[in-house]
Design a protein around this ligand. Structure first.
Ligand SMILES: NC(=O)c1ccc[n+]([C@@H]2O[C@H](COP(=O)([O-])OP(=O)(O)OC[C@H]3O[C@@H](n4cnc5c(N)ncnc54)[C@H](O)[C@@H]3O)[C@@H](O)[C@H]2O)c1
Length: 268
């Protein structure tokens, strides 16, 4: 039997690395934006006894993603794609947020579909902020077709020129893309799910906390569990979703947010 691989995008990032460290007995392929950060992540893992190889890939570049898929196919079969790569609204660039968080996700779903076999699972990172964006036929159609001409412009009309709001919309799009693909993946016996973390204390969240300290304080106070999340809180949920214990779960979004989104949506 071909060796089964778990591919982690954003594998050098806060949550991606924490996911990798929670898959002790698996064969890992770590991918991230640059060769330098991939090499350093792989070194960190192999030094701790993990079985990991690396492949640098910009997820918005179709050719690079196709090369990554070929690398995975040459190495073994696909057990799971854990897609954590992304940027937050702090990049202050609507197009960048839309392209990396949403278009990149669709490029990965389409390319990795070729590798999906029975029991393969894709776990895609959305965000609790996706749950602040209501249903709307016009922008939902655009979010489900992020590479179609005019989609970015359509979504942009609704985000008030705010890259933070674009992030919320793009992450709603990630959930809608999982719904769009659930039958296609299901026909192969493969699953596609999303996970929506709340505030998780990684570099991404600490950067956002510096920019909006009051907002972050408000979120903590509104969280029923009265604390922010840790990478460990999320990676245990990812491990469950990627495991055989979740074999009948597909097209589902799992909120891992300490319950805060219920209270945020009440404040609106
Ligand atoms: N940290 C949080 O509070 C939080 C909350 C909700 C959702 N999320 C989501 O979880 C995921 C991981 O977040 P994190 O906190 O680990 O962030 P992070 O910034 O630590 O890691 C993100 C990784 O994605 C990589 N990346 C960015 N653009 C890329 C591209 N074009 N191609 C390939 N790789 C690219 C970065 O190099 C980085 O290593 C993200 O999708 C984020 O939106 C995070």
């Amino acid at each position: 039997m071909k060796s089964q691989k778990i591919v982690i995008t954003g594998g050098a990032g806060g949550i991606g690395m924490a996911c990798a460290e929670n898959f002790k007995d698996e064969e890992l392929i770590i991918t991230d934006y640059s060769q330098e950060i991939v090499d350093s992540a792989v070194k960190k893992l192999t030094n701790k006894g993990f079985r990991a190889t690396g492949f640098a890939c910009d997820i918005t570049d179709k050719n690079a993603v196709n090369k990554l898929v070929k690398f995975v196919a040459d190495s073994g079969s696909l057990k799971a794609l854990i897609h954590t790569a992304g940027v937050s609204g702090t990049v202050q660039d609507l197009k960048k947020v839309y392209t990396i968080d949403l278009v990149g996700t669709e490029i990965l779903i389409d390319a990795f579909f070729e590798l999906a076999v029975e029991n393969t699972v894709a776990v895609l990172f959305s965000s609790m902020m996706a749950h602040t964006v209501p249903t709307n036929e016009k922008y939902d159609t655009a979010l489900q077709n992020p590479q179609a001409a005019g989609s970015f412009e359509t979504v942009s009309q609704f985000v008030n020129n705010s890259s933070d709001t674009m992030y919320n919309f793009a992450k709603r799009g990630v959930i809608l893309l999982s719904h769009k693909n659930v039958d296609r993946w299901g026909a192969k016996g493969a699953r596609i799910v999303t996970i929506s973390p709340g505030v998780i204390e990684t570099e991404m969240a600490l950067k956002a906390a510096k920019e909006h300290p009051e907002r972050m304080q408000m979120i903590k106070e509104a969280t029923p569990l009265k604390r922010n999340g840790t990478p460990k809180d999320v990676v245990d949920a990812v491990k469950f979703l990627a495991s055989d214990a979740a074999r009948f779960i597909t097209g589902t979004d799992l909120l891992v947010d300490g319950g805060v989104i219920l209270n945020i949506n009440k404040m609106k």
